[in-house]
Design a protein around this ligand. Sequence first.
Ligand SMILES: [Zn+2]
Length: 287
Amino acid sequence: MRRTFLLFGLLLAFSLSAIAQQKLSVHWEELTAPDFAQAISRSGGTCLLPFGIIEKHGPHLPLGSDLFQARYAALHAAEQEYAVVFPEYYFGQIFEAQHQPGTVAYSSHLQLELLQETTDEMARNGCKKVIIVNGHGGNEYLLPFFAQSQLEKQHDYVVYVLGLVEPPPGGPAKKTSVDMHAGESETSSMMIARPDLVHIDRAGSQSGADQARLQLPGNLYTAIWWYARFPNHYSGEGAAATRELGQYEMDNWVKAIVNSIKAVKADQTSLRLQNEFFEKAKHPLDT
Ligand SMILES: [Zn+2]
């Protein structure tokens, strides 16, 4: 009889700890401190930093659209392949929308310093593999530079950047050809991420047409190009959006993040080579 009780007690303890394991939130800020330690161990030290922005998204989408979409995709991916997801982060590059209401544009040095301190703090808490999941076009310049600048001085962690994910061909046919910001694709994705904040009836109240006001060769970059083409900070036609296209784009984004989490968990090489590199960088003449 006593043995049966013991066995029953053990089984109960096992199943309770299994339930506790299953119920670990992927949201950093929802975990208790003891659960956070468990979450880091369960994720193999792999954490996601979904990176949004606060900027105008046409006349019909919320200012936080990129943050909502990046978090939606990252959280769904982390549910499939466990990783800890950092809280809301939107301190990126958005100078090009300063002429529009509601834009929050931090200085360039603060963007870099805050991001460095954020990944440093993540790593100090056990996130030795940080995947930045980008949700905003204007961060596509900032993030490769930030990733590259991780070779400035030695860190005990690795930063990976997943840039904007283009869905593979074969999805629902698109109706519009100009579609870079708050247009058909992005409005469709928002219909999945936050349908309650999509005001599709207002999508046609401003023009998202390409005004083509600056003629330069394609390989010659200048910052005002975006304003020259899309002064309303709107590119495309949000009214063409459908839930089907949004689901297709979101599913592919989630899949790309899941693949990244798996690859990063399996990566035993980057940190080793990073350490080897810094060891050699101390005495380059001997290399
Ligand atoms: Zn956006």
